[in-house]
Design a protein around this ligand. Structure first.
Ligand SMILES: [Zn+2]
Length: 321
């Protein structure tokens, strides 16, 4: 391993402070721009997804997708939202390395994390997903494909076939090594969707969090999300003390930023809602009490999501605790 591979924060500091990167993040960047790989180390790269919703400009690539180059092949981290984007991801990876994509890890079950699986399977790659992730993929496949097709149009989604991992892995964890790089796939709790996982690269002090962590933009809690376990998963991730956190959404960053934008937010929701339930506060009372949290108003989409998140956390915790 080269010296630079061991010091990812040097690369990251440049990314974090770049005014150009900040200006670019303020608009819905086109897919060509999203697919310009960003280096975290000389082996680890990612595509910085749009912070906006799914649009014809970003082709549904409003999430981060990563890749790790080894001597034995490239490990792709999530497969993108469609057959078409998967193909373009493959081309973008080929700009950086001659190694083929041999493995594709699925960190979750939301459309843009796995609808490209079929393309990579057809190219001979192996899909690595836990059983619990693949089960949620199968459950939501039709709904996600239909909604994405409504948003992007038939042409953008042509050829896309939902293919959950053909041989998913039992249990809560899968560790493997490829070309001298260790990979740890860890389910530390359900999060945005049941079966979301974290990917830890312990030799490089880098973690790809999938939808456990959002930075720059407000995370979303859906009726099927589990904010209590998501907080536990966040704490597990933090206990690894990574030097670089690649969130599911938001630019690669440090643990402190992930803590501020996701860890502290989830901790506040869970703590305050629990207190409300213990004091027999109604849903409306809790939503009114937490309606404005100035420490999180810097997050994009705060106005669209925050009150809904309080509402859903209340309903979830009322039913489950
Ligand atoms: Zn997501």
């Amino acid at each position: 391993m080269s010296a630079s591979a061991r010091i990812p924060h040097l690369v990251l500091t440049g990314l974090l402070l770049s005014p150009l990167a900040m200006a670019q993040a303020d608009e819905d960047r086109p897919i060509e721009h999203i697919l310009e790989p960003r280096a975290i180390t000389d082996q680890i790269h990612y595509f910085f997804g749009s912070l906006e919703n799914r649009t014809e400009t970003n082709l549904g690539m409003n999430n981060n997708v990563g890749f790790v180059i080894t001597d034995k092949g490239v490990v792709l981290i999530d497969s993108g939202p469609s057959h078409h984007v998967a193909q373009r991801i493959e081309q973008a990876v080929a700009e950086v390395t001659d190694q083929p994509i041999t493995h594709v890890i699925n960190l979750g079950s939301q459309d843009h994390r796995w609808l490209g699986n079929e393309y990579f399977l057809s190219q001979g790659a192996e899909i690595l997903a836990l059983e619990r992730t693949a089960a949620t993929q199968a459950e939501f496949a039709r709904q996600h494909l239909d909604r994405l097709t409504d948003t992007l149009g038939d042409a953008a989604m042509a050829g896309t076939e939902p293919r959950p991992a053909p041989s998913p892995i039992a249990g809560d964890r899968h560790d493997f090594e490829l070309g001298g790089v260790r990979f740890e796939m860890v389910h530390a709790g359900d999060a945005h969707f049941p079966g979301d996982i974290l990917l830890h690269l312990p030799d490089h002090h880098v973690v790809f969090t999938g939808d456990v962590v959002y930075t720059e933009r407000m995370l979303g809690i859906h009726p099927w999300s589990n904010p209590v376990e998501q907080l536990k998963a966040f704490e597990t991730m933090a206990s690894w003390a990574p030097e670089v956190v690649v969130p599911g959404h938001g630019e690669a960053t440090d643990l402190a930023t992930a803590q501020r934008d996701t860890g502290d937010y989830l901790a506040t929701l869970v703590r305050e809602v629990r207190e409300g339930l213990e004091n027999w506060e109604t849903l409306d009372e809790v939503v009114a009490r937490l309606a404005d949290l100035p420490e999180f108003q810097h997050l994009r989409h705060y106005d669209d999501w925050h009150r809904m998140n309080v509402n859903r956390t209340y309903l979830f915790m009322e039913a489950n605790f």
